[in-house]
Design a binder for this molecule. Structure first.
Ligand code: PLP
Length: 402
């Protein structure tokens, strides 16, 4: 490591950018062989053997009976909203990726944001209760950062108000809540296999459920409303997964234990490396849960650290460590929702805002080495230590979205 921080005139610690969300590609040769076989079969999409197999393996991993693989999770959520007949208002946490809200609005449903439990980052069922109205038809919860949401309390809340309950589980395949795999909670869950997710199929998603009727409806809708005999039975769209995506997805999924162990190792290295740094704390999952650790998140307590979150992000960027601030500023402070708070955020969301202002997602995954993680920890320690000496001008916030 350079003697000096880059913001103090030293060389960046990393020559190449160390990104959050760099894709995991565990066995590229196997992916290519599968793609080649698909081309040999001249079966490129439309329920080919790879996407079928992918669906079976996903259902197994999620511990459910039905899985419909799709082109991405956003369309999966849209189709779910339609198939389940959601309308009016749906309660959703603000502290999530914007797609959780947009997919609802795209379907003509009003997302109504509720606050989180700051200790977990997940939806707070008590706050959710307060934004339910007579127009509410459902709750879309999120297993934030792959940490399972409070499913038992959400079940009770949904039952109490006669609401549908679904999960945006884009982060959570491979995580377990009290020993039960994510995938079987609520009426259905939607997984994402976008390139930046730890299990990826380039782009991809899947709906998992034990509800046969719902699975059947989603299966029809994602294939132009056509049944197995190609007869048209309802309106539908096209959200099928290609064989190329399934080749990548299957191979990625076969390596899930390895990827979880890499992420867990990085988590432990970060935990040890950041343990003594004032004002920096690592977000920990509930000890009763097992998580995929696909997001490793720290919180910056500005007072204790002597430096604010955005300045830490900027100082790390100067070292070529490109972090993210998932999920700042929160959906309710994002277009178009920010324009109509009375409709979308009827109550203030102080905990979502506070947490969003403090978090940083750090690099992890198989492209990051233990030595990289140790270096990032040392950098964070130095940034906090030298905070008073860092000139404000050296800290301009870098751009970046996801
Ligand atoms: C990535 C993500 C999505 C969207 O998934 P895509 O497969 O990219 O459409 C939805 N919700 C959350 C919480 C996400 O992180």
């Amino acid at each position: 490591m350079a003697a000096d921080l880059a913001v103090l005139g030293g060389d960046p610690a990393f020559r190449q950018p160390l990104h959050v969300g760099r894709p995991n590609i565990p066995e590229p040769g196997k992916v290519l062989r599968r793609i080649e076989a698909a081309m040999d079969r001249r079966w490129l999409t439309h329920f080919g053997p790879l996407s079928r197999q992918f669906e079976e393996k996903i259902a197994e991993a999620a511990g459910v009976r039905y899985c419909v693989a799709m082109c991405n999770a956003s369309i999966g959520l849209q189709i779910l909203a339609r198939a389940a007949g959601l309308r009016g208002e749906v309660v959703v946490p603000s502290f999530t990726f914007i797609a959780s809200a947009h997919t609802l609005l795209w379907e003509g449903i009003t997302p109504v944001f509720c606050d989180i439990d700051e200790s977990t980052g997940n939806i707070d069922p008590d706050h959710a209760r307060h934004v339910i109205t007579d127009r509410t038809t459902g709750i879309l919860a999120v297993h934030l950062w792959g940490h399972p949401a409070p499913t038992e309390r959400l079940d009770d809340l949904a039952a109490e108000h006669g609401l549908a309950l679904f999960y945006d589980s884009a982060h959570a395949i491979g995580s377990k809540h009290h020993g039960r795999p994510v995938g079987g909670f609520g009426g259905a869950e939607v997984l994402s296999f976008h390139a930046t997710k730890f299990i990826n199929s380039f782009e991809g998603g899947a709906l998992v459920t034990d509800d046969e009727g719902l699975a059947e409806q989603v299966r029809l809708m994602h294939n132009y409303g056509r049944g197995t005999g190609a007869e048209v039975r309802s309106v539908g769209t096209n959200a099928k997964m290609t064989e190329v995506a399934a080749a990548m997805g299957l191979t990625s999924l076969e390596n899930m234990p390895y990827l979880i162990s890499v992420n867990s190792g990085h988590y432990r290295t970060y935990r040890a490396g950041l343990a003594g740094v004032p004002g920096i704390s690592l977000r920990a999952p509930d000890p009763a849960d097992e998580v995929n650790h696909q997001y490793i998140v720290i919180e910056v307590d500005q007072e204790a650290a002597g430096i604010d979150r955005d300045s830490v992000v900027a100082a790390l960027a100067a070292e070529n460590v490109l972090t993210r601030t998932h999920f700042h500023p929160g959906c309710h402070r994002t277009e178009p929702y920010v324009r109509d708070p009375a409709r979308h955020a009827p109550l203030p969301l102080p905990r979502s805002e506070a947490l969003g202002d403090r978090v940083i997602s750090l690099p992890t995954g198989m492209e990051v080495t233990t030595a990289d993680v140790t270096t990032v920890c040392r950098l964070i320690g130095r940034i906090v230590e030298l905070a008073p000496k860092i000139p404000r001008a050296a800290l301009s916030r870098p751009t970046g979205v996801i």
